[in-house]
Design a protein around this ligand. Structure first.
Ligand code: AMP
Length: 399
């Protein structure tokens, strides 16, 4: 069965078409600037094997974007399939499932309602995800669709990990708690490791280090803690997000600079992290580490704070799990930067972690020494494939 995987943003739509008979990627594309007019650059791109299409097309809404996607996917020359009937199901990435979803679900009206109800928790993404689902439904009304939530994997966290130390009424009335994100990636990677090592009884720390970054503690395949919270702002230092900080900083700066609460949150989301701490140098790890290696103070301090926090989380999660078998690195930085991994694992020998410098430099899968008590792995994430697998499983059970 061919499964279309959709990740809809407020003005964008990312997609992959995957043949699930052999988990082969048939097509991959991106539509941008949905709802915009008067721009010059191309806003549609698609790759089918070696065939690449790039187009400029003004699109009023997500429905028009989907129509374009289907047209290009079925293009006789540059497309991947003959017609729409060869799409067996659609899997949609949805950011926030709140406490309503512990796993992926077949999309029906009650699911749409629940995604809508969770908009206050994911105000930027959930409306876009919903728009994407509704537009897709209009174009393919008879094709089964599945929602895969970024938060679902973390729903196994115990209360001690998800409750904040604030008045309990906020949990009861406003659902304020830690939810965690990147769940599809954490789940995919932890399952890959279990398969690779042939064991289901592992205590793992997963480090998903990309532009957005998060870590999770996974025991026997279940998440018991994760670094992101109510929103994806908590935890590690990221490209533009601050991660953990004393909430009093918000009031302190807001009062002195006359900023509103929402301006402060925007500052913490958009101009903090790498870009903020480096004094505007870059939000991209490659620039930060290159500057640090060249002795640039801005790059050095940013890399130092970034890697130190990861190390603290590894220690904290080892304590939370009462042990540690595996540390896994994934996503853009985790998969590609041996410098990042080396810095993050500095002074962790006491935990039983022994990094093999050569294996690490070569981006091998196992980067710990043969004697290391804790195995350190580099495992590429594949959220789209995880979404397609869930979709296949749910849709297959319908028959
Ligand atoms: P992601 O959000 O997973 O796409 O990851 C984006 C981050 O990965 C950016 O900070 C990039 O600098 C970093 N990244 C991507 N490729 C590499 C690479 N080859 N070496 C170092 N960092 C990389």
């Amino acid at each position: 069965m061919n499964i279309l995987v959709i990740n809809a943003g407020s003005s964008s739509l990312k997609y992959q078409l995957i043949d699930m008979d052999n988990e082969a990627l048939l097509a991959k594309g991106l539509v941008e600037r949905i709802g915009f007019t008067g721009f010059d650059s191309d806003n549609f791109s698609q790759k089918v094997g070696d065939k690449k299409v790039s187009l400029h097309k003004e699109l009023k809404n997500h429905k028009e974007a989907f129509e374009l996607v289907i047209k290009e996917l079925t293009d006789p020359e540059m497309g991947a399939i003959k017609d729409m009937s060869s799409i067996g199901a659609v899997g949609h990435r949805v950011l926030h499932g709140g406490a309503d979803f512990t796993q992926s679900v077949l999309i029906a009206d009650d699911v749409l309602k629940a995604i809508e109800d969770n908009i206050p928790l994911g105000p930027l993404h959930n409306p876009a995800n919903l728009t994407g689902i509704l537009a897709c439904r209009e174009i393919m009304p008879d094709v089964p669709m599945v929602a895969v939530f970024d938060t679902a994997f973390h729903q196994t966290m115990p209360r001690r990990a998800y409750l904040y130390g604030i008045d309990y009424k906020y949990y009861e009335t406003l659902k304020i708690r830690r939810y965690g994100f990147h769940g599809t990636s954490h789940r995919f990677v932890s399952a890959e490791v279990a398969k690779m090592l042939g064991r289901n009884d592992l205590k793992m720390v997963i480090c998903h280090l990309g532009n957005g970054s998060s870590m999770s503690a996974v025991v026997n395949g279940k998440c018991i803690d994760t670094s992101m919270g109510l929103t994806p702002l908590e935890g590690l230092l990221m490209g533009t997000r601050s991660g953990d900080l004393d909430p009093a900083v918000i009031g302190f700066v807001a009062e002195r600079e006359g900023k509103s609460a929402s301006e402060m949150i925007t500052m913490l989301n958009k101009s903090s992290g790498f870009i903020g701490l480096s004094g505007g140098l870059s939000n991209d790890w490659r620039d930060i580490i290159a500057a640090a290696k060249a002795g640039d103070e801005r790059g050095k301090r940013t890399a130092e704070v970034w890697s130190y926090r990861i190390r603290k989380y590894i220690g904290a999660y080892a304590a939370a799990m009462n042990g540690l078998d595996v540390v896994v690195f994934t996503a853009g930085i985790g998969e590609n930067s041996s410098d990042a991994r080396r810095l993050a694992l500095e002074d962790t020998q006491w935990l039983g972690i022994e990094l093999d410098e050569k294996r690490n430099a070569a981006n091998e899968t196992v980067i710990s020494t043969d004697n290391s008590k804790v195995k350190v792995l580099v495992v590429p994430t594949n959220e789209e494939l995880a979404i397609a697998r869930d979709t296949l499983e749910i849709v297959s059970a319908l028959k």
